[in-house]
Design a protein around this ligand. Structure first.
Ligand SMILES: NC(=O)C1=CN([C@@H]2O[C@H](COP(=O)(O)OP(=O)(O)OC[C@H]3O[C@@H](n4cnc5c(N)ncnc54)[C@H](O)[C@@H]3O)[C@@H](O)[C@H]2O)C=CC1
Ligand SMILES: O=P(O)(O)OC[C@H]1O[C@](O)(CO)[C@@H](O)[C@@H]1O
Length: 379
């Protein structure tokens, strides 16, 4: 079995590539990072260090790599033969790799179906990717590929921080992982992926994951940045931040239980486990990594705005802690993050209302906007 995976970064190597290799796939990574591509080509394997109460090292074998820009023809040939195409490049990069995927699909030399799974932190990631890929195909090509390519939405959960190991390929990960894949668009057999959880309807799972793990993590990061903490663990040791995060997860949890009927006690246990994962003493995770790309995180369907809006819609109240998280995001002025710089520029030019209207699609008189502005005064 052959899998082509775009993005040999933290999640690519530390989660998706590792699981696919364990499941028996030859994994061809595609990346723009010359150093990583060369090292994968030379070694054909790498180590994943699972850092929990004890440390375990797994060797991921049967891997190779191609350069996303310099080896286009080779990538297209691999996609033409692949059983699986996966991505973990970040939502903003999906449009940039879509033409290559389209060219590979056009050259399918086999009638075997191919499944394409975008492993990004977003709702409908694979569906979005399909839209971008389809833009590069004629109507006739789209029709002929429709019953050969299944784009499967998924939710991926594993905390993989930035890596500091001497070997550029070695990746330290937390023990926990969850890969939930929707079966709606499966063509033929469900792909063989050890450890993945297949479900008919992803919506409850992706929302539970994004609006618990990612909502909580974003809050720790933005509040932690305000207080000048460098790591997530340091921020979690601050009792005020811990209380805000716990309360924000109570707010988003109330929405999730209301909307999807998750069992309340089980959801509380899910929250508690996640809070423990943020504290993991065996890993160092930087506040600026978790806070990265604030404009993406301010999106109407993303981890802060959507649960805050849903809370307001469902219960007629403005959620105090989620809005505090939004306020802290708007104050994230880290110069090493291009989106943070752009966001600060927008706020300077159009004010907080302008930024919330532009990126979160919230009208300036919305009660959430009013509350966010108020919260910003106290930070
Ligand atoms: N790190 C984590 O803990 C988690 C990350 N995610 C999601 O996984 C995705 C990737 O995140 P990370 O692995 O953390 O980021 P990362 O920055 O470590 O990896 C992204 C990789 O994509 C590569 N890339 C960029 N442009 C490319 C292109 N045109 N073609 C091929 N490769 C390209 C980069 O060089 C990099 O190696 C994101 O959507 C993120 O939200 C999801 C769950 C957990
Ligand atoms: O690019 P994003 O959305 O910040 O993705 C990384 C996030 O996903 C997580 O892994 C949670 O699954 C966190 O480590 C991190 O906050």
């Amino acid at each position: 079995m052959l899998a082509v995976h775009f993005g040999a970064g933290n999640i690519g190597r530390g989660f998706i590539g590792s699981l696919l290799s364990q499941s028996g796939y030859n994994v061809v990574f595609v990346d723009v990072n010359e150093k990583i591509v060369q090292a994968l080509q030379q070694k054909g394997q790498y180590e994943v260090i699972i850092a929990g109460e004890t440390t375990e090292t797994q060797v991921v074998r049967s891997v190779s790599a191609l350069h996303s820009q310099h080896q286009q023809n080779e990538i297209i040939d691999q996609i033409a033969r692949a059983d699986l195409v996966t991505t973990a490049v970040g939502p903003n990069i999906l449009p940039l790799i879509s033409q290559t995927i389209a060219e590979g699909l056009k050259k399918r030399l086999t009638d075997r179906p191919v499944h394409i799974i975008a492993c990004e932190n977003m709702i409908g990631g694979s569906e979005h990717l399909k839209t971008y890929v389809w833009e590069h195909l004629s109507e006739q090509e789209q029709t002929s590929l429709e019953d050969k390519c299944g784009f499967l939405n998924c939710a991926v959960d594993r905390i993989v921080p930035n890596q500091t190991h001497e070997d550029p390929l070695t990746v330290v990960v937390e023990p926990f992982f969850e890969w939930v894949i929707e079966t709606k668009e499966v063509i033929g057999n469900i792909p063989h992926i050890i450890g993945a959880h297949f479900v008919d309807d992803l919506q409850p799972y992706i929302e539970r994951k994004l609006f618990t793990v990612n909502t909580g993590h974003a809050l720790v990061a933005y509040l932690g940045y305000r207080k000048k903490y460098e790591t997530i663990r340091q921020a979690m040791e601050d009792q005020d931040i811990l209380a805000d995060v716990t309360n924000a997860l109570r707010e988003s949890g109330r929405v999730l239980v209301h909307q999807y009927g998750w069992n309340e006690a089980e959801h509380q246990a899910y929250i508690e486990k996640i809070v423990q994962r943020f504290i993991n003493p065996s890993m160092t995770d930087e506040v600026t990594r978790v806070a990265r790309s604030p404009i993406r995180k301010l999106g109407p369907n993303d981890r802060l705005i959507r649960p805050a809006l849903k809370y307001y819609e469902c219960f007629g109240e403005v959620p105090a802690s989620l809005t505090k998280g939004i306020a802290a995001l708007l104050l994230f002025d880290y110069e090493g993050d291009a989106e943070a710089v752009q966001l600060q520029q927008t706020i300077k030019e159009s004010g907080v209302e302008g930024a919330l209207e532009k990126y979160a699609k919230l009208p300036s008189n919305h009660p959430i906007v009013v509350e966010v502005k108020k919260q910003m005064l106290y930070m």
